[in-house]
Every structure is written in structure tokens, then in C-alpha cells.
Design a binder for this molecule. Sequence first.
Ligand SMILES: Cc1ncc(COP(=O)(O)O)c(C=O)c1O
Length: 400
Amino acid sequence: MLRTPAAVQDAERYTAHNYHPLPVVISSAEGVWLTDVDGRRYLDCLAGYSALNFGHRHPALIAAAHAQLDKLTLTSRAFIHDQFADFCRELAALCGKDLVLPMNTGAEAVETGIKVARKWGYQVKGVPAGQANIVVAEGNFHGRTTTIVSFSTDEDARADFGPYTPGFRIVPYGDLAALAGAIDEHTVAVLLEPIQGEQGVVVPPEGYLPGVRQLCTERNVLFIADEIQSGLGRTGTTFACEQEGVVPDMYLLGKALGGGIVPVSAVAADADVLGVLKPGQHGSTFGGNPLACAVATEVVRLLATGEFQRRSAELGERLHTGLRGLIGKGLVAVRGRGLWAGLDIDPALMSGREACERLMERGVLAKDTHGSTIRLAPPLVITEEEIDHAVTQLAAVLAG
Ligand SMILES: Cc1ncc(COP(=O)(O)O)c(C=O)c1O
């Protein structure tokens, strides 16, 4: 008898239903492959929403975690520990920034970015007290805290969670004129995803990000790039902004920074920006803990080789070529960069959810978003054969 149906029921019984997972119960994983409680294997084409860029249980990351578990796991920031300096120095170097502020989840990095930008606005730019505004984009996804959902345009994410945090202006994504019109003398930051992941891997028009950079420089506004999902190799470069030759004032990082082992996020910026924070003004008990730093330093070292970025760029070509071949055969559009793709399924054929369920039956795990869109983001250690396998299975699902 299969163990999955009862395990699915058990999992749903004592939890709030804030997710609608596929009915699969995973018990182990290695690289790009997952195994469920019934011993069935699946190719992971989601990679924990890009938290598993290096695959499941990457040997170097697991070794770093094991070694650290045997020595020291938590001190709080009340004391300094011996993993902290290396992590901050190496991540700052990877980002080309002076300083790093480590937190845990992506949403905390975004909250940190917002707080730093506001303080910078009051203390450096000279915005009158309480008047700062931040410009964000329609279709954004930056996390789930009350402040962040205050400027979401997704009603599921936002409705009934008010009263909402003021101080945000929402403009259409990809529209430079609208952005220019929204910035005024009290604007402290523009907060954007260089590619909108949750929205369906939406790539802005060419020239948009350089245009944002220029506007921010001209108007003395911080450009905050939320690279929590797009960064750390996913798009074929360390940061998605790089592909347009853009350097933001602040990077927000998370997901893959923790190597799929521990939650690690960070804000990276120069000293004139992050330097506005003084003791007591911001923090987190677990932020920058020894276990997190040990794993994340190893993540930074993996990225410093450039190997994963190269893989993503090269294999991404193969993935996108394969997917583009399905346009007109069940797909109506394919977007993305590197090993990251948003696919729009012909809604007359099936929903994104249905497609993901059928892919699951064929041993491929992916996740739908916004009705008829599927997101593919396999670990960057995926091989050519495995990419071809995923595309073949998708073609079979679309062919009915
Ligand atoms: C671009 C972006 N920012 C922020 C977040 C929030 O990260 P977390 O779920 O770790 O809070 C996400 C998560 O999907 C994201 O994609």
C-alpha cells in the first residue's frame, strides 16, 4: 500500500492551510533528485524557489554545516564569533560593496532595506521627518510581512491584512516614465526585482534597469535590487542586474545564500548607506549566526568560482531552446534568463496546477503561479540530459 495518501492527510491535519502543495511527500534528496515516502523519484524543477541553486545536499555545503555543528551554532550578535568576519568580507567582495548586514529570511532582508533607506533618507538626503516614500512596482513580490504586503498588488497576499504601512508608491513594472513621475524630493528608494519571479519570471524591457539606475542617480534616490530569487547564479550571472550592466546601491539577498540548509539573508551596500545604522537600531537574534555564516561562506566560495553562473548561462540556453519549441504546442509564451523560466500554458488546455500535477505523475516537480503559468528553476547542477528529460515530460503533458 502506498504511504503517500495518508502522509498527505497527516501533513494537512495540524497546519494552517496557507499553502496548496502538490500531493507528494518527500523524504530524501540528492543533487537534482528527490525521493518520496514510497520510493518514487522526481526531478526537482523548482529548487525551493531558487533556495537550492547548488542542488540538494551539495557536499561542500553539507561538510561546512557538519563541521560547524560540531563546534558552535549560536552566539547572538551580543558576542563576535569566528565565522562572522569571513562571511561578511567574502560576501561584500562578491557584491562589490563595502558592508554586509546578515539576517535570516528574504522578507527580513527587504524590511532591513526599507529601514536603511528611510534612515538614509532622513539622515543623509535630508527628507523631513516621517515624509519618506519608496517607489515599488506592480506585480512585485518581496515577502509576507505586514509592511511588505502593504505594497503588494496581489489581492490574495494583501486583502484583510490592513491597516497597511504607508509610504509606498506603486508604478507599472518596466515603465520608466511612470517611475520618473512617481519620484519626488521625498523619495528615498526605488525597490525592484530585476526579474519578477513570483509574477511568472517577468523580464523587464531592455534598457529598463539601466534607466532606473540613471534616474536614481540623477534624483539622489537609492536603487534597491531585490535579488533574493534572481540572484546568486540563477540567471547566468551572479546578479540579474549584471546582465544589463547595472550596479544597484543595495542588494537584497536570501534563498540560495543559505545553501538550502539554513535560512540566511543579507543586505549588501556601501558604507555611506549601511553605515547609517548604529547599535540598537536594528538586529536579529539568529541573523549572522555561526552555522549560517559557515554555510553561507561556502556558498559565496562556490559562486566565486563562476562555475554555477556559467552552467546556468549555458544550460539555460538549452532549456529555453527546448521550451520555445513547445510554443504553439500547448505553450503560449516562454520568458526568463539562465536556468529560470516562466511558461504560460494555453488556458484552453489546462491550468498551471493541472500541468504541475501531471508533471508530478511523470516524475518532474514544478510549481504553478497565477493561473496558467509554471515556473521552472532547477538546481544549477542539473545536466543536459536531465534538462532534455524535463522538456520531454512537459511536451508529453501538453500533448495530453
Ligand atoms: C524576490 C523575493 N523577495 C523576497 C522574498 C521573500 O523571501 P522569504 O520567503 O525568505 O521571506 C521572495 C520569496 O519568494 C522573493 O522571491
